[in-house]
Ligand binder design. Structure first.
Ligand SMILES: NC(=O)c1ccc[n+]([C@@H]2O[C@H](COP(=O)([O-])OP(=O)(O)OC[C@H]3O[C@@H](n4cnc5c(N)ncnc54)[C@H](OP(=O)(O)O)[C@@H]3O)[C@@H](O)[C@H]2O)c1
Length: 288
C-alpha cells in the first residue's frame, strides 16, 4: 500500500491515477470531506481525511503502508511542521521508502516556498529513512485553467518576463517517472531533478500560434494586477506574499533545470511544449 498525500490536488490526482493504472494499492489522504469523492472515483483502495499539520492525523495515515509519496500543500506556512510530521509518521510506520515531491532548486532563498522546502529536504536526509527526493519543475498543465481564454483572446499572459526561460515539465511525464521510482529500490537515497526543456512565454506563444492556427502573443501581466486578481479569487495572504516574491525572481532568472535525469528515468525524451499543446488541442477539439 502506498500513501499519497494531498491526493485530490493537481499533482495528487495525476500521481494517484498513474499508480492506480499500474495496479498499485493507494491510500489517498485528502484534507476535506468534499475531496474524498474525487479520490474514490479514481479507484483508490482507501481514502482518508487528515491535516498534515496534525501529527496524529499523519501517524494514522501512514500506519501500515509500505511507502509514502509525500506531496506537500502548495505555498503553505506550515511547510516545516508538515514535513516533520511526515518524517515522524514514516519512522513510526517503518516505511520502506519516503518519496518527497519537492520543487526545482530549493536552494534559492529568494523563493520562500523553495527555501522552506530545503529545510524539509535536510530533515529527510537526516532521518535515516530510505528516501527519494524529486525536485520538480513547473508543470505545463498550469496554463490549462486559462487555456480557453488564451485561445479566444490570442494573448498568453503570465506575471513574469516574456523572455524568461522556464523548464516546464509535463505532469504526465512526472507521474510516469514517479511510478518507476516507487517501484525501483535503485532510486533510494537519491535526489533527482524532474524538469522539461526550458522555454519562454514568447517561445510558447509562437508554438501556440502554429498549433492553434491563429496568432497568439505573449504578454506580461503587471504583478499588482495579478495579485488583485488572486485576492479576488480567495488566495491567502501567505500565497499572495509568496507570489509577490516569486514573479520578480522569475523576471530576473527564470527557473531552469536539466531534463537529463527525467529522460533517463523515462527511457525517452521528456515531452516538449509543442507535443503537450498538440495533445491539449486534440483533447479540446480545437485548432485548424
Ligand atoms: N503546480 C506546479 O507547477 C508544481 C510544480 C512542482 C511541484 N509542485 C508541488 O506540488 C505540490 C502540490 O501542488 P498542486 O499544485 O498540486 O496543489 P493543489 O492543486 O493546490 O492541491 C493541494 C492539495 O493539498 C491539500 N491540502 C492543503 N493543505 C493541506 C493540509 N494542511 N493537510 C492535508 N492536505 C492539504 C488540498 O486538499 P483538499 O482539496 O482536500 O483541501 C489540495 O487538494 C506542492 O507542494 C507544489 O510545490 C507543484
Amino acid at each position: 500500500m502506498i500513501l499519497v498525500t494531498c491526493a485530490a490536488g493537481k499533482t495528487g490526482k495525476a500521481i494517484v491515477d498513474a499508480l492506480v493504472k499500474t495496479g498499485q494499492d493507494v491510500r489517498a489522504m485528502v484534507r476535506s470531506d468534499r475531496s474524498l469523492e474525487s479520490v474514490r472515483a479514481a479507484g483508490v483502495a482507501e481514502a482518508i481525511t487528515g491535516d498534515l499539520a496534525f501529527a496524529e492525523d499523519v501517524l494514522r495515515a501512514a500506519d501500515g503502508v509500505d511507502a509514502v509519496y509525500y506531496i506537500a500543500p502548495n505555498m503553505d506556512p506550515n511547510e516545516r511542521l508538515n514535513g516533520d510530521n511526515i518524517i515522524a509518521a514514516c519512522q513510526s510506520a517503518n516505511v520502506a521508502r519516503l518519496v518527497f515531491h519537492s520543487v526545482l532548486h530549493t536552494q534559492i532563498e529568494a523563493l520562500p516556498h523553495h527555501w522552506e522546502r530545503h529545510f524539509v529536504e535536510q530533515s529527510i536526509l537526516n532521518s535515516k529513512l530510505s528516501f527519494t527526493i524529486l525536485q520538480v519543475g513547473s508543470y505545463m498543465q498550469n496554463m490549462l485553467p486559462a487555456w480557453e481564454k488564451m485561445a479566444e483572446t490570442g494573448v498568453h499572459r503570465m506575471a513574469y518576463d516574456i523572455d524568461a526561460p522556464m523548464s516546464l515539465v509535463d505532469l504526465d511525464d512526472v507521474s510516469e517517472a514517479a511510478v518507476k521510482i516507487l517501484a525501483d529500490d535503485g532510486f533510494a537515497n537519491g535526489m533527482f531533478e524532474i524538469a522539461g526543456p526550458a522555454i519562454s512565454l514568447n517561445q510558447k506563444a509562437a508554438i501556440l500560434s502554429s498549433v492553434l492556427g491563429k496568432e497568439i502573443v505573449a504578454e506580461k501581466e503587471a504583478l499588482d494586477a495579478f495579485l488583485d486578481h488572486g485576492r479576488a479569487l480567495g488566495f491567502s495572504d501567505f500565497t499572495l506574499a509568496t507570489m509577490a516574491k516569486m514573479f520578480p525572481y522569475y523576471d530576473k532568472h527564470g527557473l531552469v533545470g536539466s531534463n537529463k535525469a527525467l529522460g533517463w528515468i523515462l527511457g525517452r525524451a521528456p515531452t516538449d511544449f509543442e507535443t503537450f499543446a498538440r495533445r491539449t488541442v486534440a483533447g479540446l477539439g480545437q485548432g485548424s
